[in-house]
Design a protein around this ligand. Sequence first.
Ligand SMILES: Nc1ncnc2c1ncn2[C@@H]1O[C@H](COP(=O)(O)OP(=O)(O)O)[C@@H](O)[C@H]1O
Ligand SMILES: [Mg+2]
Length: 315
Amino acid sequence: MHPAVECEGLSKTYRVGFLGRKVKALLPIDFQVNPGEVFGLIGPNGAGKSTTIKVLLNLVMPTTGKARLFGKDVHDPRSRESLGYVPEAPVPYEHLSGLEYLQLQAGLAGLTAADAKGEVTRVLDRVDMTRHAKLRIRQYSKGMTQRVMLAGALIGKPKLVILDEPTSGLDPLGRRLVRDLILELRRDGAAVLFCTHIMSDVEMLCDRVALLIGGSIHKCGPISELVADTRTHEVVVDHATKEQVLALLKPDDVARLEVVAQRVLFHVADTRLQDVLKALLNGGLTVTRIQSERIPLEETFMAALRTSNQPGGLE
Ligand SMILES: Nc1ncnc2c1ncn2[C@@H]1O[C@H](COP(=O)(O)OP(=O)(O)O)[C@@H](O)[C@H]1O
Ligand SMILES: [Mg+2]
C-alpha cells in the first residue's frame, strides 16, 4: 500500500516583486503520512506550512523535489481522487447557500444526483449545520463557514483529508467538532494531514508531527518521542532540611529546589529518578510524593525555535 502523502526533497522559492527577489519558503523537506495516521505539520507563522500543503494540492509548483498522494505524482489529477481539503482562508461562493455549495462540491466529486443528496444530508448533519443549510454563506459567521467547508471536505468519504489551520478562529465548540471529526476520520482509516500553530490540538490529535521552522523540518516523529527526553518528576521530601537532601545527592541531579515549611521540593530528570530515590531512602529520609511532569510540547518547540533564531508565533 502506498503512503497517503510522500514528499521527497521538496523545496519552494517564491519570486516576488519587480526585481524577482527570492523568498525561500521551503528548503528541501522529506516526510510521509501513512493511511490511518493523523499527521501534524506545526510551526510558527511563515514557516512554510501552507506552502507545503499547496504543493500537495498542485496549487503551487515546487522548485525542487517530488510530492505524491497515494503513489501518484501531484501533477496527476488522479492523485486527488480521494481527497478532502479545507484551505486556510476559504473563499466560498458567498451567494450560494450552504446546501447549494455542498451540492456543487458533491457534483465536482463525481457523485450521481441520488448519491449526492444522501451524502450532502450526511455531512451537513455531521457538522451540525442542517438548520442553517438554506442560509446564504454570506450570512454565515466565520465558524459556520468553516463548518460548511469541513462538510465539503468530508463528501465522498475521502481517504486523505488536508486541513490548513482548521481550528484557528473557531469557538470552543467548533474546535471540539474539528477534533472529533479528525479522530473519526482516523477511526475510519483515513489519513489526516493538518497544519497548525496551536499546540494543544497537536498533543491531543496527532500520531506524528513534523516541526517546520524557517522552511526546514527540525524534528519529525511520534509526539511521545519528541517529548520523551524532557520528562521530569517533582519529588517531595518531608521533615528534612535542604542541607540533608543535598548531602545525599549529586548537585546535577537537583533542579528548582524549594523549601516549604519542613518540606523540600525539587525536580529530577526521568533518567535519574531511581538513583535519586534510592539515595534519599538509604539516607533515612522520607519521600512523600513523586509527581511526574511532562514538559509540554510547546516548551520543546519554543526551545527549538530559540536555537533556530526564527521569530516566534506559536500559540
Ligand atoms: N505567493 C507567495 N509569494 C511570495 N512569498 C510567499 C507566497 N506565499 C508564501 N510566501 C512566503 O513564504 C513563506 C512561507 O509562507 P507560508 O507557507 O504561508 O507559511 P505558514 O503557512 O507556515 O505561515 C513566508 O515567508 C511567506 O511570506
Ligand atoms: Mg499558513
